[in-house]
Each structure stands twice: as C-alpha cells, then as structure tokens.
Design a protein around this ligand. Structure first.
Ligand code: MG
Length: 389
C-alpha cells in the first residue's frame, strides 16, 4: 500500500508550508511558566487540558442551531467542534501545518458559547450592554484564561499563546485595547496592528465554516425545515448532487443527501489545500513571521469562496430564520433575560465571583456557562412554567 503521508511530505507545496507551521519548540509560552511534559509537546498538552475541562463537557448540551431537546441526532456544540477538529487536522496534515495546534484550537473555539446558540449570546449581550457587552469569542478566551478552576497555582487552563491566539478569532478595537492593556504584546495585539494569526488559526476559521455549512444542510433537511429540493437549487450543493446522481442514478433520500455532502466536503478540503498552497507560493513568504504580515493565506479559491458564501446565505434565510427556529429562539431569549434579572436581584449561592468583576459580569459568566437544559430547568424552577413543552 502507498504511504500517502510520505508522498505528501515530499511535495514542494508541503515543504513550503511546513516551514511556516507553528512549532511547539518555538512557542511564545504560557502566561504562568510551567515545566514541559515528558511525553507531550505543549500543543498536545493544551488539547488534553481542553478535553478534560468542564466547559468542554458542557458543549454536549449546548445548541448549535437546534435546541438540545429538539432531537438527539442534531449537532450540538460538541459534535460541531469534533467535526471542525477532524476537518482541520485532515487539511493540516496535507499542508504540513501543526495538527496538534489545529486540534487544540478547534476543540476550544466554541467554549464561550452561551446556551441557546446565537439567540442566547444576543440576549446576554443586551443584558450586558452597559457593562462591557458579551461576545462568545472573548468569552472562549475568558474560559481558558480565567474561569476554569482546575489548577492549584493559577486560574484557567494556562494554555500556550498560539492556542489562545487561535481561540480569539474576532475582537473589536475596544476589546483589543482593553486586552492589550492587561497583556501588552499579547493575543489582542494583532487586532491593533492588522497582522494575521498563525496559519493553524486561519485554518480553524475555515474548517469551522466548512463544517457548519455541511452539517447544517444535513440537520436542516433532517428537521424538515428545508428540503433536499430546496438545497438542490444552491449551486455548490447542486454540483455534487448531480455528480452523485451521475454515478448512482437511483440514489435518493438520505443517502443522496449524505453522498452529496460527502462529495462537497471533500471538494472543499481539496480546494483549500490547492488555494492555500498557491497563495503561499504567490506571497513568497519564507518564515512564520513573514506569513503573519501577508494577510490571510489559508483560503478557498475565488469560485469556492463565492459558492460557500451563497450556501451560507441560503442557510441563513431558509434555516436560521425559519419561523420554528426563530420561535424557539424567542423563548430562549426570554429564559436568558429573566434568569439574568433574577440572579442580579438574588445572586445564587454557587455564583463564582471573581474579585475584579462586577456582579453583572459574574452573572453573565454564570449564565454563559449553563447548558441549554440547565438554563431551562433553572428558569422553570423559578417561573413555575415550562416554555418548551
Ligand atoms: Mg464553530
């Protein structure tokens, strides 16, 4: 049998990108210095810390698009994160980027999400509008830097700079200035200087988009909120459905859906690999530091970019804005708002209050950490009514 990894590692594209990969031995380190582990590199160790964290286990009961109680087969934040890690690692291996770093970032990228997906985040942001707001990316960093309570000597998971940088994928200038004041030259600096993050972090952003587009088509059709016929009108999906039908003319239903998605995923992975290798060759960068100056290099081809954006637009309009989905989200918004007012008035006994935070921030952390079902049962206990039966 041919050893593909050997063949890959000899290709010029692989060699060129491998020189730009993040290296654990060159890591900018942890905020609290620690001795190395005997058998694992620092990025592997980060991945392991993330997998063992409380916030990671909570992802299993947090909404991706469908509320947790709406069905057992829909994606949750946990299965979404696993799919992002799978796609990210697969692309990283072919490109010569650091797989362990990609895996660590992918598994941690959604740790800061509230219950009830984006509706929960928007509701919490409204509650916090005069107290610094709420943003899930910043919250993911806050979870790994401060909120996890596992180690005797420090708060948080004390992850490497490179993992933390990848977790903070967006950041407003206001938040970047605040973070920079606390950690000069740290993970927020690039938002002020306009530099790109590591190629591994760039890859996780794209793997996130590839994963949710594909699994939301799958979950959307499973839910019945969108139909296979509707998705077949979207050019990116249509191309692979036609390909599947050309090879298997009698294919229909779920197998047709899966086979089309499978082909779409593979084509997107190959597209990212080719487009990224071309972008790196064109940019002519020879070191990781030069790559950061060259803007985002891990990318789709122009055609795939526009088709992926079109699929995203379709999902937004037909699935995320479907009346049944938004109806659930309206009720979820009410749960978050009412719990927020309740806890401000009567802080729960197990509310963890960090000395530097005001009560609003502590309540936001408390609610953001909840799973969908914990939030629903806390709300039901208080209000005596169930909003989701
Ligand atoms: Mg995600």
């Amino acid at each position: 049998m041919t050893d593909c990894s050997n063949l890959l590692s000899q290709s010029p594209g692989f060699q060129q990108l491998a020189a730009l990969a993040s290296s654990p031995s060159q890591s900018r380190g942890r905020r609290h210095p620690e001795p190395g582990a005997p058998t694992r590199n620092p990025f592997q160790r980060d991945r392991d810390r993330i997998v063992h964290s409380t916030a990671f286990r909570r992802l299993v009961y947090k909404t991706q698009v469908f509320l947790n109680h709406e069905g057992d087969l829909f994606r949750t934040r946990l299965t979404h994160s696993l799919e992002v890690a799978q796609l990210g690692r697969s692309i990283a291996r072919t490109l010569g980027l650091h797989e362990d770093l990609v895996e660590a970032i992918a598994l941690a990228h959604d740790l800061g999400h509230t219950p009830f997906g984006h509706a929960g985040q928007d509701a919490l942001h409204d509650c916090m509008q005069h107290h610094g707001g709420f943003e899930h990316n910043l919250q993911s960093l806050r979870v790994v830097d401060h909120l996890e309570e596992r180690y005797p000597a420090f708060d948080g998971l004390n992850l490497c700079f490179e993992t933390r940088e990848g977790i903070l994928k967006h950041c407003s200038r206001t938040h970047a200035l605040a973070l920079e004041a606390l950690e000069p030259g740290g993970v927020a600096q690039r938002f002020l200087t306009g530099q790109a993050p590591s190629l591994e972090a760039q890859l996780c952003n794209l793997a996130d988009e590839i994963a949710y587009n594909a699994h939301d088509v799958d979950d959307g059709v499973r839910s019945g909120f969108i139909t296979l016929e509707q998705v077949a009108q979207v050019p990116l999906f249509a191309r692979f459905m036609q390909e599947a039908l050309a090879e298997f003319p009698v294919l229909k239903g779920r197998r047709l859906l899966f086979d089309s998605i499978r082909r779409m995923l593979s084509a997107q992975v190959y597209d990212v690999i080719a487009a990224t290798q071309a972008a790196v060759a064109e940019a002519g960068v020879g070191t990781a530091a030069q790559a950061r100056q060259a803007g985002v290099l891990v990318r789709f081809s122009a055609e795939m970019r526009s088709q992926s954006t079109e699929l995203k637009r379709f999902l937004f309009k037909e699935l995320y804005r479907h009346p049944t989905v938004t109806g659930s989200m309206d009720r979820a918004t009410r749960v978050v708002r009412e719990l927020f007012s309740l806890y401000l008035a009567e802080p729960p006994a197990n509310l963890s209050r960090r000395s530097e935070d005001d009560l609003h921030r502590s309540v936001a952390d408390y609610i953001a950490g909840m799973t969908d079902r914990y939030a629903l049962s806390a709300h039901q206990q208080w209000s005596g009514q169930s909003l989701f039966d």
